[in-house]
Write a protein that binds this ligand. Structure first.
Ligand code: SF4
Length: 345
Protein backbone atom coordinates (compact mmCIF):
# COMPACT_ATOMS: atom_id res chain seq x y z
CA UNK A 1 0.00 0.00 0.00
CA UNK A 2 1.09 3.59 -0.34
CA UNK A 3 1.95 4.71 3.20
CA UNK A 4 -0.60 7.52 3.23
CA UNK A 5 -3.61 5.38 2.25
CA UNK A 6 -5.84 4.20 5.08
CA UNK A 7 -7.94 2.14 2.67
CA UNK A 8 -6.98 0.64 -0.70
CA UNK A 9 -9.49 -1.46 -2.62
CA UNK A 10 -8.55 -3.33 -5.81
CA UNK A 11 -10.81 -5.27 -8.15
CA UNK A 12 -13.55 -5.65 -5.54
CA UNK A 13 -16.50 -7.81 -6.55
CA UNK A 14 -19.54 -8.98 -4.65
CA UNK A 15 -21.75 -11.42 -6.53
CA UNK A 16 -24.57 -13.38 -4.99
CA UNK A 17 -27.29 -15.75 -6.08
CA UNK A 18 -30.76 -14.30 -6.58
CA UNK A 19 -34.11 -15.88 -7.57
CA UNK A 20 -35.27 -19.35 -6.60
CA UNK A 21 -33.54 -22.64 -7.34
CA UNK A 22 -36.83 -24.50 -6.95
CA UNK A 23 -38.56 -22.37 -9.57
CA UNK A 24 -35.53 -22.49 -11.86
CA UNK A 25 -35.09 -18.69 -11.71
CA UNK A 26 -31.73 -18.65 -9.96
CA UNK A 27 -29.27 -16.09 -11.33
CA UNK A 28 -26.08 -14.29 -10.38
CA UNK A 29 -26.50 -10.70 -9.14
CA UNK A 30 -23.31 -8.68 -9.74
CA UNK A 31 -23.88 -6.04 -7.06
CA UNK A 32 -20.26 -4.85 -7.08
CA UNK A 33 -18.29 -5.74 -10.19
CA UNK A 34 -14.67 -4.58 -10.18
CA UNK A 35 -14.25 -1.53 -7.95
CA UNK A 36 -10.90 0.16 -7.24
CA UNK A 37 -10.66 2.98 -4.73
CA UNK A 38 -8.33 4.48 -2.17
CA UNK A 39 -8.78 6.84 0.75
CA UNK A 40 -5.83 8.80 2.14
CA UNK A 41 -5.33 9.63 5.81
CA UNK A 42 -7.75 12.36 6.87
CA UNK A 43 -9.59 12.33 3.53
CA UNK A 44 -13.33 12.16 2.89
CA UNK A 45 -14.25 10.22 -0.26
CA UNK A 46 -17.86 10.65 -1.38
CA UNK A 47 -19.33 7.61 -3.15
CA UNK A 48 -22.41 8.66 -5.10
CA UNK A 49 -24.86 6.81 -7.34
CA UNK A 50 -28.49 5.84 -7.76
CA UNK A 51 -30.20 3.35 -5.51
CA UNK A 52 -29.12 -0.11 -6.73
CA UNK A 53 -25.70 1.04 -7.97
CA UNK A 54 -23.90 -1.12 -5.37
CA UNK A 55 -22.46 1.68 -3.22
CA UNK A 56 -23.82 0.33 0.10
CA UNK A 57 -22.48 -3.12 -0.77
CA UNK A 58 -19.02 -1.54 -1.19
CA UNK A 59 -19.45 -0.06 2.33
CA UNK A 60 -20.43 -3.44 3.77
CA UNK A 61 -17.46 -5.13 2.08
CA UNK A 62 -14.84 -2.64 3.32
CA UNK A 63 -16.15 -2.95 6.89
CA UNK A 64 -16.29 -6.74 6.38
CA UNK A 65 -19.94 -6.94 7.37
CA UNK A 66 -20.01 -9.08 4.26
CA UNK A 67 -17.23 -11.10 2.58
CA UNK A 68 -16.30 -10.00 -0.95
CA UNK A 69 -16.43 -12.51 -3.79
CA UNK A 70 -12.99 -11.43 -5.05
CA UNK A 71 -10.54 -8.54 -4.92
CA UNK A 72 -8.47 -7.12 -2.09
CA UNK A 73 -9.28 -4.69 0.71
CA UNK A 74 -6.27 -3.23 2.50
CA UNK A 75 -6.99 -1.45 5.76
CA UNK A 76 -3.86 0.26 7.14
CA UNK A 77 -1.74 -1.94 4.90
CA UNK A 78 -3.30 -5.25 5.98
CA UNK A 79 -5.38 -7.31 3.58
CA UNK A 80 -8.69 -7.92 5.38
CA UNK A 81 -10.63 -9.34 2.44
CA UNK A 82 -10.33 -13.01 3.50
CA UNK A 83 -9.85 -12.75 7.27
CA UNK A 84 -12.20 -14.62 9.58
CA UNK A 85 -14.22 -12.64 12.12
CA UNK A 86 -11.77 -13.78 14.82
CA UNK A 87 -8.78 -12.61 12.78
CA UNK A 88 -10.53 -9.30 12.17
CA UNK A 89 -11.02 -8.56 15.87
CA UNK A 90 -7.75 -6.61 16.39
CA UNK A 91 -8.62 -4.38 13.43
CA UNK A 92 -12.28 -3.83 14.38
CA UNK A 93 -11.44 -0.71 16.38
CA UNK A 94 -9.89 0.91 13.28
CA UNK A 95 -13.08 0.99 11.21
CA UNK A 96 -16.68 1.77 12.14
CA UNK A 97 -19.87 2.14 10.11
CA UNK A 98 -22.71 4.64 10.64
CA UNK A 99 -26.01 3.56 9.10
CA UNK A 100 -28.82 5.48 7.45
CA UNK A 101 -31.51 4.83 10.05
CA UNK A 102 -30.28 5.89 13.50
CA UNK A 103 -33.33 4.37 15.18
CA UNK A 104 -32.98 0.78 13.96
CA UNK A 105 -29.19 0.85 14.44
CA UNK A 106 -29.49 1.67 18.19
CA UNK A 107 -30.54 -1.04 20.66
CA UNK A 108 -33.88 0.20 22.11
CA UNK A 109 -33.27 -1.62 25.42
CA UNK A 110 -29.95 0.10 26.14
CA UNK A 111 -29.51 3.62 27.54
CA UNK A 112 -27.64 6.20 25.46
CA UNK A 113 -24.67 5.92 27.83
CA UNK A 114 -24.56 2.13 27.43
CA UNK A 115 -24.85 2.40 23.62
CA UNK A 116 -21.97 4.88 23.34
CA UNK A 117 -19.80 2.85 25.75
CA UNK A 118 -20.49 -0.49 24.02
CA UNK A 119 -17.41 -0.40 21.70
CA UNK A 120 -15.18 0.21 24.75
CA UNK A 121 -16.73 -2.79 26.49
CA UNK A 122 -16.13 -4.91 23.36
CA UNK A 123 -12.53 -3.71 23.37
CA UNK A 124 -12.18 -5.12 26.90
CA UNK A 125 -12.05 -1.86 28.85
CA UNK A 126 -13.40 -3.01 32.19
CA UNK A 127 -12.95 0.20 34.17
CA UNK A 128 -16.36 1.81 34.58
CA UNK A 129 -14.72 5.17 35.28
CA UNK A 130 -12.74 5.01 32.02
CA UNK A 131 -15.88 4.16 30.05
CA UNK A 132 -17.83 6.97 31.75
CA UNK A 133 -15.12 9.49 30.92
CA UNK A 134 -15.15 8.35 27.29
CA UNK A 135 -18.96 8.67 27.11
CA UNK A 136 -18.88 12.15 28.72
CA UNK A 137 -16.31 13.33 26.17
CA UNK A 138 -18.27 11.96 23.20
CA UNK A 139 -21.56 13.46 24.45
CA UNK A 140 -19.85 16.83 24.57
CA UNK A 141 -18.15 16.44 21.19
CA UNK A 142 -21.44 15.52 19.53
CA UNK A 143 -23.42 18.36 21.15
CA UNK A 144 -25.58 16.15 23.41
CA UNK A 145 -26.39 17.07 27.01
CA UNK A 146 -24.73 14.91 29.69
CA UNK A 147 -28.14 14.04 31.20
CA UNK A 148 -29.01 12.17 27.99
CA UNK A 149 -26.80 9.24 28.99
CA UNK A 150 -29.69 7.81 31.04
CA UNK A 151 -32.29 8.22 28.28
CA UNK A 152 -33.40 5.60 25.74
CA UNK A 153 -33.29 5.95 21.91
CA UNK A 154 -37.08 6.38 21.59
CA UNK A 155 -36.88 9.52 23.77
CA UNK A 156 -34.57 11.27 21.29
CA UNK A 157 -35.23 13.02 17.97
CA UNK A 158 -33.83 11.58 14.71
CA UNK A 159 -30.99 14.12 14.67
CA UNK A 160 -30.08 13.36 18.31
CA UNK A 161 -30.08 9.62 17.55
CA UNK A 162 -27.67 10.16 14.66
CA UNK A 163 -25.42 12.17 17.03
CA UNK A 164 -25.46 9.13 19.36
CA UNK A 165 -24.54 6.88 16.41
CA UNK A 166 -21.57 9.18 15.64
CA UNK A 167 -20.51 9.24 19.32
CA UNK A 168 -20.56 5.43 19.40
CA UNK A 169 -18.68 5.19 16.10
CA UNK A 170 -15.90 7.53 17.22
CA UNK A 171 -15.36 6.61 20.86
CA UNK A 172 -12.55 4.19 19.94
CA UNK A 173 -10.98 6.71 17.55
CA UNK A 174 -11.23 4.59 14.37
CA UNK A 175 -8.95 5.52 11.46
CA UNK A 176 -11.80 4.97 8.99
CA UNK A 177 -15.53 5.75 9.26
CA UNK A 178 -17.96 4.43 6.66
CA UNK A 179 -21.06 6.65 6.68
CA UNK A 180 -23.83 4.95 4.68
CA UNK A 181 -26.50 7.55 3.78
CA UNK A 182 -26.19 9.01 7.32
CA UNK A 183 -28.53 11.97 6.72
CA UNK A 184 -31.05 10.69 4.17
CA UNK A 185 -33.55 9.60 6.86
CA UNK A 186 -33.45 13.06 8.50
CA UNK A 187 -35.42 16.26 7.85
CA UNK A 188 -33.59 18.67 5.54
CA UNK A 189 -33.24 21.20 8.40
CA UNK A 190 -31.46 18.58 10.55
CA UNK A 191 -29.26 17.23 7.73
CA UNK A 192 -27.07 20.37 7.64
CA UNK A 193 -26.37 20.25 11.38
CA UNK A 194 -25.31 16.57 11.22
CA UNK A 195 -23.10 17.18 8.17
CA UNK A 196 -21.45 20.15 9.90
CA UNK A 197 -20.93 18.02 13.02
CA UNK A 198 -19.34 15.23 10.96
CA UNK A 199 -16.96 17.73 9.33
CA UNK A 200 -16.06 19.25 12.70
CA UNK A 201 -15.39 15.81 14.23
CA UNK A 202 -13.33 14.79 11.21
CA UNK A 203 -11.21 17.95 11.49
CA UNK A 204 -10.70 17.43 15.25
CA UNK A 205 -10.10 13.67 15.26
CA UNK A 206 -8.52 13.27 11.81
CA UNK A 207 -10.24 10.06 10.70
CA UNK A 208 -10.74 9.14 7.03
CA UNK A 209 -14.29 8.69 5.76
CA UNK A 210 -16.10 6.82 3.00
CA UNK A 211 -19.30 8.88 2.71
CA UNK A 212 -22.00 7.04 0.75
CA UNK A 213 -25.00 8.93 -0.61
CA UNK A 214 -27.42 9.12 -3.53
CA UNK A 215 -27.55 12.91 -3.07
CA UNK A 216 -24.93 14.79 -5.08
CA UNK A 217 -25.41 18.07 -3.19
CA UNK A 218 -24.74 16.33 0.14
CA UNK A 219 -21.64 14.64 -1.31
CA UNK A 220 -20.46 17.97 -2.75
CA UNK A 221 -20.77 19.61 0.66
CA UNK A 222 -18.75 17.06 2.59
CA UNK A 223 -16.22 15.37 0.27
CA UNK A 224 -12.61 16.04 -0.67
CA UNK A 225 -12.83 13.61 -3.59
CA UNK A 226 -15.84 11.99 -5.25
CA UNK A 227 -16.33 8.62 -6.95
CA UNK A 228 -19.43 8.19 -9.14
CA UNK A 229 -20.80 4.66 -9.20
CA UNK A 230 -23.07 3.09 -11.82
CA UNK A 231 -24.27 -0.50 -11.81
CA UNK A 232 -21.47 -1.99 -9.73
CA UNK A 233 -18.57 0.07 -11.13
CA UNK A 234 -16.87 3.43 -10.57
CA UNK A 235 -17.35 5.42 -13.80
CA UNK A 236 -15.61 8.66 -12.78
CA UNK A 237 -13.49 9.82 -9.86
CA UNK A 238 -11.59 13.02 -9.11
CA UNK A 239 -11.47 15.93 -6.65
CA UNK A 240 -14.77 17.56 -5.73
CA UNK A 241 -13.79 20.83 -7.45
CA UNK A 242 -12.77 19.15 -10.69
CA UNK A 243 -15.83 16.91 -10.84
CA UNK A 244 -18.19 19.87 -10.59
CA UNK A 245 -16.11 22.07 -12.89
CA UNK A 246 -15.28 19.50 -15.60
CA UNK A 247 -17.55 16.44 -15.41
CA UNK A 248 -16.48 14.07 -18.20
CA UNK A 249 -18.62 10.94 -18.01
CA UNK A 250 -22.09 11.29 -19.55
CA UNK A 251 -23.66 9.77 -16.41
CA UNK A 252 -21.92 12.31 -14.16
CA UNK A 253 -23.07 15.10 -16.46
CA UNK A 254 -26.66 13.85 -16.19
CA UNK A 255 -26.46 13.65 -12.38
CA UNK A 256 -25.04 17.17 -12.18
CA UNK A 257 -27.73 18.55 -14.46
CA UNK A 258 -30.37 17.27 -12.02
CA UNK A 259 -28.68 18.55 -8.82
CA UNK A 260 -30.31 21.62 -7.22
CA UNK A 261 -28.48 24.96 -7.72
CA UNK A 262 -28.91 27.67 -5.03
CA UNK A 263 -28.63 30.54 -7.56
CA UNK A 264 -32.02 30.92 -9.38
CA UNK A 265 -30.38 32.66 -12.39
CA UNK A 266 -27.90 29.79 -12.82
CA UNK A 267 -30.68 27.24 -12.35
CA UNK A 268 -32.79 28.89 -15.09
CA UNK A 269 -29.88 28.81 -17.55
CA UNK A 270 -29.11 25.14 -16.99
CA UNK A 271 -30.48 22.31 -19.07
CA UNK A 272 -31.60 19.25 -17.21
CA UNK A 273 -30.86 15.91 -18.83
CA UNK A 274 -33.40 13.24 -18.01
CA UNK A 275 -31.99 9.78 -18.58
CA UNK A 276 -34.11 7.30 -20.48
CA UNK A 277 -35.33 4.24 -18.61
CA UNK A 278 -34.40 2.82 -15.24
CA UNK A 279 -31.15 1.47 -13.91
CA UNK A 280 -30.81 -2.02 -15.47
CA UNK A 281 -30.80 -4.98 -13.10
CA UNK A 282 -27.46 -6.16 -11.71
CA UNK A 283 -28.77 -9.66 -12.57
CA UNK A 284 -28.89 -8.81 -16.31
CA UNK A 285 -25.87 -6.59 -16.88
CA UNK A 286 -25.82 -4.94 -20.34
CA UNK A 287 -22.89 -5.99 -22.55
CA UNK A 288 -20.21 -3.45 -23.44
CA UNK A 289 -20.47 -0.20 -21.49
CA UNK A 290 -23.07 -0.87 -18.83
CA UNK A 291 -24.41 2.69 -19.25
CA UNK A 292 -25.08 2.34 -23.00
CA UNK A 293 -28.80 1.54 -22.60
CA UNK A 294 -29.35 5.05 -21.18
CA UNK A 295 -26.46 7.04 -22.61
CA UNK A 296 -27.52 9.92 -24.92
CA UNK A 297 -24.19 9.81 -26.81
CA UNK A 298 -23.61 6.05 -27.12
CA UNK A 299 -21.91 4.83 -30.32
CA UNK A 300 -21.75 1.31 -31.80
CA UNK A 301 -18.59 0.39 -29.92
CA UNK A 302 -20.35 1.05 -26.58
CA UNK A 303 -22.63 -1.97 -27.12
CA UNK A 304 -19.72 -4.41 -27.28
CA UNK A 305 -16.61 -2.92 -25.58
CA UNK A 306 -16.43 -2.33 -21.85
CA UNK A 307 -14.47 0.92 -21.25
CA UNK A 308 -11.67 0.88 -18.65
CA UNK A 309 -11.35 3.51 -15.93
CA UNK A 310 -8.36 5.57 -17.10
CA UNK A 311 -6.76 8.96 -16.45
CA UNK A 312 -7.79 11.59 -18.98
CA UNK A 313 -7.50 15.28 -18.10
CA UNK A 314 -5.33 14.92 -14.96
CA UNK A 315 -3.63 12.00 -13.18
CA UNK A 316 -6.26 12.01 -10.43
CA UNK A 317 -9.19 12.29 -12.85
CA UNK A 318 -10.25 8.82 -13.97
CA UNK A 319 -13.14 8.20 -16.37
CA UNK A 320 -14.61 5.05 -17.97
CA UNK A 321 -15.96 6.18 -21.34
CA UNK A 322 -14.86 5.48 -24.94
CA UNK A 323 -15.54 9.09 -25.95
CA UNK A 324 -13.36 10.67 -23.27
CA UNK A 325 -9.72 10.85 -24.37
CA UNK A 326 -6.78 13.13 -23.51
CA UNK A 327 -6.94 16.35 -25.52
CA UNK A 328 -10.55 15.83 -26.54
CA UNK A 329 -13.36 17.62 -24.68
CA UNK A 330 -16.00 15.68 -22.79
CA UNK A 331 -19.04 14.63 -24.85
CA UNK A 332 -21.68 17.35 -24.53
CA UNK A 333 -24.80 15.39 -23.71
CA UNK A 334 -27.02 18.48 -23.60
CA UNK A 335 -26.05 19.34 -27.23
CA UNK A 336 -27.07 15.84 -28.31
CA UNK A 337 -30.40 16.16 -26.50
CA UNK A 338 -30.98 19.54 -28.20
CA UNK A 339 -30.20 18.06 -31.62
CA UNK A 340 -32.61 15.18 -30.93
CA UNK A 341 -35.35 17.66 -29.96
CA UNK A 342 -34.76 19.84 -33.09
CA UNK A 343 -34.86 16.75 -35.26
CA UNK A 344 -38.19 15.60 -33.87
CA UNK A 345 -39.93 19.00 -34.38
FE1 SF4 B 1 -21.85 6.49 -23.17
FE2 SF4 B 1 -20.32 4.92 -24.69
FE3 SF4 B 1 -19.19 6.54 -22.93
FE4 SF4 B 1 -20.55 4.40 -22.12
S1 SF4 B 1 -18.67 4.41 -23.31
S2 SF4 B 1 -20.68 6.44 -21.27
S3 SF4 B 1 -22.23 4.35 -23.61
S4 SF4 B 1 -20.39 7.13 -24.72
Amino acid sequence: MSAENVLTVRGLTKHYLGGSRLRGTQHVVRAVDGVDLRIAAGEILGLVGESGSGKSTVGRCVTRLTTPTSGTIELLGKDISRRSQRQLRPLRREVHIVFQDPYSSLNPRMTIGEIIAEPLRQQGIRSRRERDLGVAEMLERTGLRQEMRTRYPHELSGGQRQRVALARALIRRPRLVVADEPVSALDVSVQASILNLLLELQRDLGFSCLFISHDLSVVEFISDRIAVMYLGRIVETTSRERLFREPQHPYTQALLSAAPVPDPALARGRERVILRGDLPSAAAMPAGCRFHTRCPVAVDRCRTDDPALVGVTAPDHLVACHLVEPGRGAPDITAVRRADADHST
